[in-house]
Design a binder for this molecule. Structure first.
Ligand SMILES: [Zn+2]
Length: 507
């Protein structure tokens, strides 16, 4: 989607093949361009009356609804079609909002409008931002538009299946670009890069493709790039990563991207799970929905999205980003339940379930990252457990941590960007669950509290480093109840959260 910004108001002729989006709030009224208002005085009146009715209805509803706190700032989005006195017709959307509107309200309003526009038949849309509160937050409006107008149509042979809308012209009288606008552009691109990585089919996005993506992005952003392959896993004693990788004909890689500012005090280690496909191995997954396992690399995709932005963001902390990629397959070389492997930190692990492969790959990556880079803090992201989805649903990411301080940083950033994280426990009782009779640890516990036992397992590989594990199994794809996520496919969850945290980095 092309989203251009212009300062001048569109002429009537510009609107011929275009939608017009009109805003309304009670104190500012309907905002129309001067020549439209002049030519069609009836249109402004028509729109105003339309909105007055909606506002009244909303106010009545707020009063009736005892539970409602009246904090719903949106008055909804409505289609309009108006035939003027000259015979010209005007079609578009009316978007109403109450006077007080915060950054996230503006973002959501932009997202809702984008989703409505995607369903319509026009190829272009003019959005005229009013002066005042909404106009002053144009970068958040842009962010909402950019995030919600994403549509993955890469594989459609009939290009008409894709949404018709190709261009949005954002008209902002004050001269559209706020200082933050260029950053928002890269941010939206970065989220969409993460989404693309998730949505591309598994046969077109193997660990080798993932490696190429990491290398290209590092080159473009001036990041140091290095990669460990299966020979390195063997040499370094990363027995768990090696075990998962060996079942597939596709070679596995641990990609490492490093951003290093000239002056820094802390190092943040980001680790993303990048299983480009997960069959479950010999503990085979059921056939229903197995195709969704191409999304098992969304943690890695989020890390890639963040690193795409980092050269623009220039945070004052060193960031080492690891994307741990492999395919979990069945073959004569694949690992089996009952096998025991030694991790990088010398802990031995009995495999109970080969579908709990993500934590094995992460275990070696985390332990290696701690040893090699001595990070101040670690955040890992993984589509790790179905149990987390059962516990929290599709709208909340599970948060597990050994550090109150780091938890707070993540929670503050999440709130700021409108992503939901929810803390779950990892106390010692969960360690009992993963004690093995034959080795130090086993890779799964009982079926109860599965998200917490998985997180507890990972804690065994971070030493004492402050660490947050984000289980994004519910939020990484098809997370319908968030306005600015696409209704289908990868969401790019976590990119905006981590970028917000890096932007405000304070340890
Ligand atoms: Zn699995």
């Amino acid at each position: 989607m092309k989203i251009s910004e212009v300062k001048s108001l569109p002429r009537l002729s510009d609107l011929d093949d275009s939608n017009l989006v009109v805003f309304y709030n009670k104190s500012d009224g309907v905002y129309l361009t001067a020549d439209i208002a002049k030519k069609e005085p009836g249109l402004a009146k028509y729109l105003e009356n339309f909105f007055k009715k909606i506002t009244k209805r909303q106010e009545k509803q707020d009063k009736q609804d005892k539970q409602g706190d009246g904090k719903n700032n949106s008055l909804g989005i409505h289609d309009f079609f108006y035939v003027g006195s000259s015979g010209d017709s005007y079609q578009g959307l009316l978007a109403g909002y109450k006077k007080e509107i915060d950054n996230l309200d503006v973002l959501r309003l932009g997202a809702k409008i984008a989703k409505r526009m995607l369903k319509q038949d026009l190829t272009k849309s003019h959005i005229i931002l009013p002066v005042g509160e909404l106009g002053n937050k144009s970068e958040h409006f842009f962010e909402g538009l950019g995030l919600a107008s994403y549509h993955f149509s890469h594989y459609y042979s009939d290009k008409n299946r894709a949404p018709k809308l190709k261009e949005i012209v954002l008209v902002s009288k004050g001269g559209a670009s706020s200082a933050e606008m260029p950053m928002k552009r890269v941010l939206v691109d970065s989220v969409n890069i993460a989404r693309d990585c998730g949505n591309i089919a598994g046969n077109d996005f193997t660990p080798s493709h993932f490696k190429k993506r990491c290398a290209q992005l590092s080159l473009a952003g001036g990041l140091k790039f290095s990669v460990l392959d299966e020979k390195d896993f063997k040499k370094l004693g990363m027995g768990c990563f090696q075990a998962v990788a060996k079942g597939s004909a596709e070679p596995a890689f641990l990609n490492i991207m490093e951003y290093k500012p000239t002056k820094f005090k802390e190092t943040l280690l980001l680790v993303g799970k990048g299983l480009t496909f997960d069959t479950g191995g010999y503990s085979l997954k059921p056939a229903g929905s197995m195709e969704e396992m191409k999304f098992d690399m969304c943690g890695g995709a989020t890390v890639v999205g963040v690193m795409n932005l980092i050269a623009t963001l220039k945070p004052k902390v060193r960031v080492v980003a690891m994307v741990a990629t492999a395919e979990n397959m069945i073959s004569d070389k694949a690992y089996k339940p009952g096998d025991i492997f030694t991790a990088y930190n010398k802990k031995t692990i009995e495999v109970i379930n080969t579908d709990a492969e993500g934590r094995l790959v992460l275990a070696d990556s985390l332990a290696y990252g701690v040893d090699k880079y001595k990070p101040t803090a670690i955040i890992d992201l993984a589509t790790l457990t179905g149990a987390c989805v059962v516990a929290l649903g599709k709208g909340h990411t599970g948060l597990f941590s050994n550090s109150k301080k780091l938890t707070k940083l993540v929670q503050v950033a999440a709130k700021e960007v409108g992503e939901h994280v929810w803390p779950l426990p990892i106390d010692d009782a969960f360690q009992e669950e993963i004690k093995s009779d034959y080795a130090d640890l086993k890779n799964v516990g009982s079926r109860w509290g599965g998200a917490s036992t998985a997180a507890k397992f990972l804690e065994n590989f971070v030493d004492k480093t402050p660490w947050v594990h984000l289980d994004i199994a519910g939020t990484a794809w098809d997370s319908k109840n968030v306005d600015f996520y696409p209704s289908k496919g990868a969401t790019g969850v976590g990119v905006r959260l981590l970028c917000q945290m890096l932007k405000d980095w304070q340890w």
